[in-house]
Design a binder for this molecule. Structure first.
Ligand code: B12
Length: 213
């Protein structure tokens, strides 16, 4: 079934994708695993685009398809028991990048872990990040970057946050397919992850280290 779902995403077959997701949900398969299959399917769409088998229109369709699936009943991550928020996380996709599926998954996982989240959307400038940090006073800032060419933008945003005197005691985590070990070391962030669940765990660890979780 998992391969069927991956293949249906790869082939942009919306009806089949929805059918397979609903079947997996009915079988009690973990939402985390289903997101993993969807990501693998999108990966293949990306590969097809890269070799010229798919066009930009197909990328757009794939993005819309996943957005629909994310809204299906049962696709939200299980909520932690009630209580006060673990902390606040401001999240946005870096400027010049409009990919938001990964950012949205990260936000859902953070919420399920008990965080309050502030979603700044996509194409977020330094000014917007800084304004939100001043206003919302978050414990953590999450920056998503999917396009390789936006690595420099992430570095600039982090530098600008520091120049505005807001870096101290602020945990900055970056993620998204553009980040790798080498790039991360140049960015001035505190952590990175290519996986939303692992990223959220790192955020929980940070709150624990501050004695707040
Ligand atoms: C759908 C899609 C689009 C859609 C996006 C729709 C949307 N609403 O997001 C649209 C059509 C807009 C699009 C446009 C473009 N795209 Co596009 N797109 C994709 C595609 C197929 C899927 C992306 C996706 O949603 N993946 C699924 C999510 C869940 O994965 P993810 O983003 O990596 O997120 C996960 C983790 O990284 C992590 N995560 C994400 N953010 C964060 C943040 C933090 C803090 C943490 C901790 C974790 C975390 O959590 C998520 C789950 O674990 C990818 C292919 C691929 N391999 O990914 C190409 C891809 C990313 N696109 C690509 C390109 C080139 C483009 C365009 C430049 C094409 C063009 N010529 O115009 C434009 C750029 C537009 C722009 N300025 O941003 C390239 C990027 C190449 C590169 N390395 O830079 C890819 C890889 C395709 C390819 N193989 O060539 N695209």
């Amino acid at each position: 079934m998992e391969e069927l779902l991956i293949k249906a995403v790869e082939e942009l077959n919306e009806d089949l994708v929805i059918q397979h997701v609903n079947t997996l949900l009915a079988q009690g398969v973990d939402v985390y695993n289903i997101y993993d299959y969807l990501s693998k399917g999108l990966q293949r769409v990306g590969e097809k685009y890269k070799i010229g088998d798919y066009y930009i229109a197909d990328l757009i369709v794939s993005g819309e398809l996943i957005k629909k699936v994310m809204k299906l009943k049962g696709m939200s991550f299980p909520k932690k028991a009630n209580g006060s928020a673990l902390g606040t996380v401001v999240v946005g996709t870096i400027y010049e990048d409009i990919h938001d599926v990964g950012k949205d998954v990260f936000i859902s996982v953070l919420k399920s872990a008990g965080f309050k989240t502030v979603d700044l959307g996509v194409d977020v400038s330094s000014e917007k990040f800084i304004e939100a940090i001043k206003k919302k006073k978050p414990d953590i800032v999450g920056i998503s970057g999917v396009l390789t060419m936006t690595g420099g933008n992430i570095k600039k945003v982090i530098n600008n946050i520091a120049a505005a005197g807001l870096r101290e005691d602020l945990f900055i985590i970056v993620g998204g397919a553009s980040i790798n070990d080498k790039l991360f070391k140049q960015l001035g962030a505190d952590a990175y992850s290519l996986d939303a669940v692992e990223g959220a765990k790192l955020c929980v660890e940070w709150m624990k280290s501050k004695g707040q979780a």
